[in-house]
Design a binder for this molecule. Structure first.
Ligand code: TXA
Ligand code: MG
Length: 307
C-alpha cells in the first residue's frame, strides 16, 4: 500500500517496516535501533540472517553514533561521495545490533541522495536499516510498483518515483588508510582511488560482504549474457526476449534497447529486466556491455542476474 511521509514516519517509529525510495534502489526500511523491527526485514525478504544491513543516515555527524573508528580516509570519502550511491563499512561500536550487522565486527553506513528519504530521516530523527526491497536473490526494485509486485500490497511503500541511479551502491571497507572494494557500483573504483590517492587493496584478514551470492538480482525467467550482437541475433527467436545495448533492431524477437551510455543503462537495467520478465518468455538474452571500467558495476549485476 502506498503511504505518505507522515504515515511512513509513524509506522517506522512504531517499529514497523516501510519501503523507501533511494537514488539507487528502493529499500525495505526499519528503525536501525529496534531489533524487533530489524527481524521483520529478514522475515519479509526471506533473507538469511548472515547477511548484514546498511544503515541510512542523514548527516555525516551521525557516523560516530555507529562506528568506533572513523579514519581520515573514510571521512574524506564520505565528504566527497555523500549523499550518494556509496556505502562505507567501518568497525562497529559494541552496542550496534548484532542482527543489523549479522555478527560482523563492522557496520555499513550511507547517506542516500533522495530528497524524500532525506526528509524522512530528518523529520523522524531515526537511522534506517534498509536492504533492497525485494525477496532474497530476486531483482531489486527501482519503482514503488516493483516493490508492491515483489513483496505484496501489505508492505507500506513511500513512493518517491523511479530511482535515478538504478543499481545498488558501491560498498567500500576502510581500515586505517587503506580501502577495499566490496561491491562495485556507480561510484567508480577509479574515482574512489583518485580521492583516496591510492588504489584498492585486499586486506589480509579478508573482509567479506556476506550475502553477495553469485545467484542474485535475478529475474524469474532464465537469462543469458551474450558476448556479441551477432551471437545474439543467431539465438533470438519467438520464445526469447532480447536486451540490446546500443543501436540496431532485431526482427522476429521482442527486444528492448538501451543506449550505450553506462549511467542510462544502470538507471534502466532493473526496470527493463522487470518488464522482460513479465513477458513470460523462455529465455532473456542480454548483450554484454563494452569492456570498460564505467561498465564494471553493470556487468557485475548482469552476470549475477544470469547465473
Ligand atoms: O544501494 C544500496 O546499497 C541499497 C539501498 C536500499 O541503499 N541497499 C542494498 O542493500 O543494496 P542490500 O542489503 O541489498 O545489500 C547490502 C550489502 C550486502 O551485500 C551486505 O553483505 C553488505 O551490504 N554489508 C552490509 N553490512 C556489511 C558489513 N558490516 N560488512 C560487509 N558487508 C556488509
Ligand atoms: Mg539486495
Amino acid at each position: 500500500m502506498i503511504v505518505d511521509l507522515n504515515t511512513a514516519i509513524a509506522k517506522l517509529k512504531a517499529g514497523q517496516v516501510v519501503a523507501i525510495p533511494t537514488e539507487t534502489v528502493y529499500g525495505l526500511a526499519a528503525d536501525a535501533r529496534n531489533d524487533d523491527a530489524l527481524r521483520q526485514i529478514y522475515v519479509i525478504k526471506e533473507r538469511p540472517a548472515n547477511n548484514p544491513l546498511i544503515v541510512h543516515i542523514d548527516n555525516i555527524s551521525r557516523v560516530t553514533d555507529w562506528v568506533s573508528e572513523f579514519p581520515p580516509l573514510a571521512q574524506k570519502l564520505a565528504k566527497t561521495f555523500w549523499p550518494g550511491p556509496f556505502t562505507l563499512v567501518l568497525p562497529a561500536k559494541p552496542h550496534v545490533s548484532s542482527i543489523l550487522r549479522a555478527n560482523q565486527p563492522t557496520v555499513a553506513l550511507r547517506i542516500p541522495n533522495h530528497p524524500l528519504t532525506l526528509q524522512l530521516l530528518q523529520l523522524s530523527g531515526l537511522a534506517l536499516a534498509a536492504p533492497s526491497a525485494n525477496k532474497f536473490t530476486q531483482l531489486s526494485p527501482t519503482t514503488a510498483m516493483h516493490v508492491q509486485a515483489g513483496l505484496g500490497d501489505e508492505v507500506p511503500v513511500l513512493d518517491g518515483g523511479a530511482c535515478q541511479v538504478g543499481i545498488e551502491s558501491t560498498i567500500v571497507a576502510v581500515q586505517g588508510d587503506d580501502w577495499q572494494l566490496l561491491r562495485p557500483g556507480m561510484t567508480s573504483a577509479a574515482s574512489i582511488a583518485t580521492v583516496a590517492g591510492k588504489p584498492a587493496v585486499s586486506f589480509n584478514q579478508a573482509i567479506k560482504a556476506p550475502g553477495q551470492h553469485t545467484l542474485h538480482y535475478s529475474p524469474r525467467t532464465r537469462m543469458q549474457l551474450i558476448p556479441s550482437r551477432d551471437a545474439l541475433v543467431a539465438l533470438a527467436n519467438d520464445s526469447t526476449a532480447a536486451l540490446l545495448i546500443g543501436e540496431g533492431t532485431l526482427p522476429d524477437c521482442v527486444h528492448f534497447q538501451l543506449n550505450k551510455h553506462a549511467p542510462d543503462v544502470a538507471q534502466q537495467l532493473y526496470s527493463t529486466l522487470h518488464q522482460m520478465d513479465a513477458l513470460g518468455k523462455q529465455l532473456i538474452l542480454v548483450e554484454v556491455p563494452p569492456d570498460a571500467p564505467e561498465w564494471a558495476a553493470i556487468l557485475d549485476r548482469m552476470t549475477r542476474a544470469a547465473s
